[in-house]
Design a protein around this ligand. Structure first.
Ligand SMILES: Nc1ncnc2c1ncn2[C@@H]1O[C@H](COP(=O)(O)OP(=O)(O)OP(=O)(O)O)[C@@H](O)[C@H]1O
Ligand SMILES: [Mg+2]
Length: 364
């Protein structure tokens, strides 16, 4: 293997079906089904305790499922031992051997597998290059930054050319800039080596940034699976809509006349042609809502008093009290400034901006 050539195994398909894990009768993972294409990057996003680590442990073979199947390229792994699964792993606490040099840490999995010395040296050199640490081979882990240590952990998990790479909050200990730099690096390395990745995070930006496929978990279950764009633009439930990004939630009421109305500003009728399925609720992303001091020409126009503004560099977040309900809007920086706190504001969006949602209980 060289730093630029693809290793021979370029990732395998992972099919998880009806997978559950019960601890003392309580499901940590509850009938999870996910189909991850060979060589793709899958992020698993969920709150603390939603079952992410338990799911990875079952794929790795460290926990036995109570129910369900895991297949790697169509082969049931139930009877396969941990080593036979050919899976690399990276966790939040780097878990490098502290008394061993970077090169020795990288060489370790190859020595365990009994590779020839010359082969090991060549692979370690290539891996140091791939992870951007050429020349760091003789350092000890404590002589590296957090991000560099995490790159070594990544290199050690990839050096034996695994079919699948499991990562559990690998960047959790890093600051924001380092995290973002590492996210880009991990993606770049993934493009080069093409291993199938299951990447656990509770950071929504990270989950969307990195993934081909996002799996949102809630209390052990899959809440939704899809591309980052699908999940953001077409969340199916209020939970997913608010877990990934901000979303205004508005109840939909169906009157005796059969007309659906938004439970807002005295009831705004939704025209018959507008897609809302059997939605009990609709969502509107804040960046879809225009806000200004003057009346706006949109399908839906509301007015109220500005109660909060936050400037975060890229955008202004504005909260407007509309008849006692907070409505969030987002204005890109560089355009019009939002009206200031205490002033009257007009809000507007179009029916096409409404996302039909099933109400299962949002978390925030
Ligand atoms: N060995 C165990 N014995 C009993 N209960 C467990 C065990 N491991 C996990 N659990 C429980 O299973 C649930 C899911 O845990 P898990 O570690 O998979 O969550 P997680 O999504 O990884 O959370 P976090 O983001 O905090 O790491 C939790 O309620 C946890 O308390
Ligand atoms: Mg965990």
């Amino acid at each position: 293997m060289t730093a630029t050539s693809k290793p021979e195994s370029a990732g395998k398909r992972v099919q998880i079906s009806g997978l559950s894990k019960l601890y003392g009768g309580h499901p940590a993972v509850d009938r999870v089904s996910i189909d991850i294409a060979a060589g793709s990057f899958c992020t698993i996003l969920g709150a603390s305790g939603s079952g992410k680590t338990t799911l990875l442990k079952m794929v790795a073979g460290y926990e036995q499922p109570t129910e369900g199947r895991i297949e790697i390229d169509g082969r049931d792994v139930a009877s396969m031992r941990v080593a036979a699964r050919n899976i690399g792993m990276v966790f939040q606490n780097y878990a490098l051997f502290p008394h061993m040099t970077v090169a020795a840490n990288l060489a370790f999995p190859l020595e365990m597998r009994g590779l020839a010395k010359a082969d090991i040296v060549a692979r370690v050199t290539a891996m140091l290059e791939l992870i951007g640490l050429a020349g760091f081979g003789s350092r000890l882990p404590r002589e590296l930054s957090g991000g560099q240590q995490q790159r070594v952990a990544l290199g050690r998990a990839l050096i034996f050319e695994p079919d699948i790479l499991l990562m559990d909050e690998p960047l959790g200990a890093l600051d924001k800039n380092m995290r973002q730099a590492m996210q880009r690096e991990i993606r770049a390395i993934h493009r080069k080596v093409g291993v199938t990745v299951l990447y656990v995070t509770h950071d929504q930006d990270e989950a969307m940034n990195m993934a081909d496929l996002v799996v949102v978990m809630d209390k052990g279950r899959v809440a939704q699976t899809g591309s980052p764009l699908d999940i953001y633009n077409a969340p199916r439930t209020d939970f997913v809509a608010t877990f990934l990004g901000d979303c205004n939630l508005i109840d939909v009421e169906r009157g005796r006349d059969g007309v659906r109305r938004l439970a807002l500003a005295g009831g705004i009728a939704i025209p018959a042609g507008v897609k809302s399925g059997r939605a009990e609720m609709v969502g509107v992303r804040p960046e879809r809502i225009s806000v200004g001091a003057d009346p706006i020409q949109r399908d839906i126009v509301l007015s109220g008093t500005v109660v909060e503004t936050h400037f975060n560099g890229a955008d202004h977040d504005v909260v407007v009290d509309v008849d006692g309900r907070p409505v969030r809007a987002r204005l890109a920086n560089g355009g019009q400034l939002p009206p200031s706190i205490g002033n009257r504001a007009y809000l507007g969006c179009d029916f096409a901006d409404l996302i039909p949602l099933e109400a299962i209980g949002a978390t925030r």
